[in-house]
Every structure is written in C-alpha cells, then in structure tokens.
Design a protein around this ligand. Structure first.
Ligand SMILES: Nc1ncnc2c1ncn2[C@@H]1O[C@H](COP(=O)(O)OP(=O)(O)OP(=O)(O)O)[C@@H](O)[C@H]1O
Ligand SMILES: [Mg+2]
Length: 379
C-alpha cells in the first residue's frame, strides 16, 4: 500500500509530466510556425527563437539563446542589413511606441513585424515577423484594378463628351464648304471632314469596347453565318486582288447560340485585317483568304488564314492590346474588341503567324444542340 505522502508525490509527478507534455506541444507548434518568433524576457535576454526566425536571420538558434540585444547586434554572422533594420525597429518601438513595422527586403519581399509587450506579456517582449508579400500583391492588384476601372469610366465619359463638339465642328465645316470651294480650297474641307469622321469612329469603337455589353443571343448555323460574312466582303476583296475561299465540311451541323451582330463584327475585323495584310505585299502578290470551320466535341472551330505580310513574335504579343496598331489609319481597337466579344461568348481566339508568309486566326465557340436550340430559340 502506498503511503499518503507517496500518493501526493505520484500525483505531483504526473501533473508535472502532463504540464511538460503540453509545454512541449506548444513549443513544437511555435517552433514550426511559418512566422518568425523571438522572445526577450523582462531583463532583455533572448529566451526563445523559433526555426523560421533563425532561418530569416541566417543564424543558428543556439547561438542566439541567452544573448541580450547588444550581444545579438554584435553577433559576428549577423548581416549589416539586418543590424540596421534591428536598430531601426528598436528605435521606432521605444522612442515612438510603434508596434507594427513594415519592411521591404533586398529581394523586394514585404515583411510585417509586430511587437507585443506590456502587462499582457508579464514584462516579456515578443517580436513576430511575417512574410506578407502575397497580401501586398493582392492589395496592389486590387488598387491597380480600381484605378483602371476608374480610368476606364473617366475615358468613356470624356470620349462621349468629345462627340458633341465634333458634331458642331462638322456642321459648321459643311456650312463653310461653299466658301472654301470658291477659294479653291475644297480639299481642306474634305480633309477636315474625313479627320472628324475618323475621330468619331475611334470614339465609337472605344465606347463599344469599354461597354461590357452582354451578348444578345440567337441560334444560328455557322455555315449560314460564314456565308453571309463572305458575301459582305467578297467585292472589296476582289478590288484588292484577293480571293476569299470558304470551305465547309459536308452535312455537319454546327449550331451556336451567339450575338450574330457581334460575331459578324469579329469575323469582319479579322477579314479586314487579312485584306490589309495582303495589301502590304507587292502588287503582283495574289491574295488568298481561306475561311473554314469544323466541329470537335462540343466546340466549333473557325479558321481564317491569309497569305499577307505576317507578324513576328513581338507584334503577336501585343496584337490584342487596345490601341495597338501598326497602321497609319488604324485605331488598334479591332482585335481588342474582337477578343472581348469572343470571351463574352465563352469562346477563345488564338493566332499563329509567320513574317512574310501569312497569318491564321482561330476562333473557338461552344456549340448548342441544334434540336433543343431551335426549341430554346423559339421560346
Ligand atoms: N492578318 C494580319 N496580318 C498581319 N498583321 C496583322 C493581322 N491582323 C492584325 N495584324 C496586326 O495587328 C494590329 C492590330 O490589329 P487591330 O485590328 O486590332 O487594329 P488595326 O487593324 O491596326 O486598326 P483597326 O482595326 O481599328 O482599323 C494591326 O495594326 C496589325 O499590325
Ligand atoms: Mg483591324
């Protein structure tokens, strides 16, 4: 039988062991936290440093335990960069009572340093360091997007307002035209009117592209759509010495639910670009624009291939950027608007090109079941 004393001793040992277990558990958690942690006691002696902190300071943990701040600063392996930062944090904490410090290191990473002391710490000083680069990046992206959205709204408002004075100028130039003709300066009026029309076109396209217009969908067969587009462009192509060839697979159903006007605009933009690329070649060059379509799985692929002047990689990278143009009279909005339209239709647009040989544009659109689509369209 155990005496009363032995029982009490056994209980105390058990209690000590369980406290020790809990302590080890928490210490283990602190050791492997993804933030750096360092603890100074009320005498200013470093009593705890976790793995992450030692890694950040590039010093062995054991060489830090038991040091005071001065000894730590004199550590032979502490980098000069860190020494300067530690002194700065010390000054700002004790002179200005600052508890949060933000640092950007030599690799551009952002760090948040938090100091906790006072009653809640029983005289100890806890310093934690956290890598907040990802949060910073998100914050900056959000700020950038906000700025872009704001800029977009302002530009759209300005563009809209510029149209009114342009209309007045256009009207007055037309009134002045007979006088200019008398002076033998009809050419001036013609140029002014053409330039005003160009400015209006740019504004019109800009407003169209900045408006996130939702597609007004209806069901159509791709061969019908392509046939209509070819009909619209054929005569202009002929004048520019190029031929448009439409190749479609026989008896294949390719039904899509699209905003026909918008998708037509995309196809016309690409064909217009193709014709302009062909014009860049020498006069004897016989232009060819091949348009084809096929379906695969649930997608329809429309390909527009030209043998125009082509593009290098550099140009291709900027192709869909708004206002990017290599043409004297281009607005650089054709493809950026097209890109948006295709994206709004949950489709995809890609390009492949070789300088001096030609370019291929490929548009992918999701198909709809032709039978259920007709029912859907008539509802
Ligand atoms: N088929 C093509 N072949 C060669 N270059 C092309 C082709 N399509 C587009 N590009 C290049 O991409 C640029 C951007 O085209 P985009 O249609 O966006 O504007 P743009 O044609 O210059 O002007 P806009 O369409 O407003 O008249 C063109 O200036 C041209 O350099
Ligand atoms: Mg264009």
């Amino acid at each position: 039988m155990l005496s009363e004393f032995q029982k009490t001793l056994l209980q105390s040992v058990k209690a000590f062991q369980s406290t020790q277990l809990v302590k080890n558990k928490y210490e283990n958690v602190l050791q492997h936290l993804d933030s750096g942690i360092i603890l100074f006691d009320s005498e200013g002696v470093l009593t705890f440093v976790n793995v992450e902190m030692a890694k950040l300071m590039e010093l062995p943990r054991q060489s830090l335990i038991g040091c005071n701040l001065l000894q730590m600063l004199r550590h032979p392996h502490l980098s000069r960069y860190l020494k300067r930062k530690v002194i700065r944090i010390y000054r700002e904490t004790f002179l200005y009572g600052k508890k949060f410090h933000e640092l950007v290191d030599e690799y551009g990473r952002n760090w948040l340093i938090t100091i906790t002391y006072g009653d809640q710490m029983d005289g100890d000083f806890l310093l934690s360091v956290k890598d907040v680069s990802d949060y910073k990046r998100i914050e900056q992206t959000a700020y950038h997007n906000d700025k872009l959205a704001m800029l977009g709204k302002i530009s759209a408002a300005i563009a809209h307002e510029i149209r009114n004075p342009l209309t007045s100028i256009r009207g007055f130039i037309q009134l002045l035209r007979p006088h200019l003709i008398q002076l033998g300066r009809d050419e001036y009026a013609r140029i002014i009117l053409a330039e005003i029309d160009r400015a209006n076109d740019i504004i019109h396209e800009f407003l169209n592209s900045s408006k996130p217009s939702a597609p007004l969908k209806s069901v159509i067969d791709i061969p019908t759509l392509l046939g209509e587009v070819v009909l619209l462009t054929e005569s202009e192509a002929l004048m520019k010495n190029c031929e448009i060839v439409l190749s479609l697979p026989e008896d294949s159903s390719m039904t899509v639910s699209i905003d026909t006007k918008q998708i037509k605009q995309v196809l016309l933009n690409i064909i217009k670009n193709a014709m302009e690329a062909i014009e860049e070649m020498d006069a004897e060059h016989r232009g060819m624009i091949d348009i084809s379509a096929h379906s695969e799985g649930e997608l329809v692929y429309i390909t527009i291939r030209d043998n125009g002047n082509g593009m290098d990689q550099n140009l291709m990278n900027r192709l869909f950027d708004p206002f990017f143009t290599t043409k004297e009279k281009g607005t650089g909005l054709g493809l950026s608007v097209s890109y948006r339209i295709i994206k709004n239709h949950r489709g995809h647009i890609s390009v492949d090109s070789t300088k001096g040989i030609g370019t291929v544009f490929e548009i992918t659109l999701p198909m709809v079941d032709s039978k259920s689509a007709v029912v859907g369209a008539s509802q």
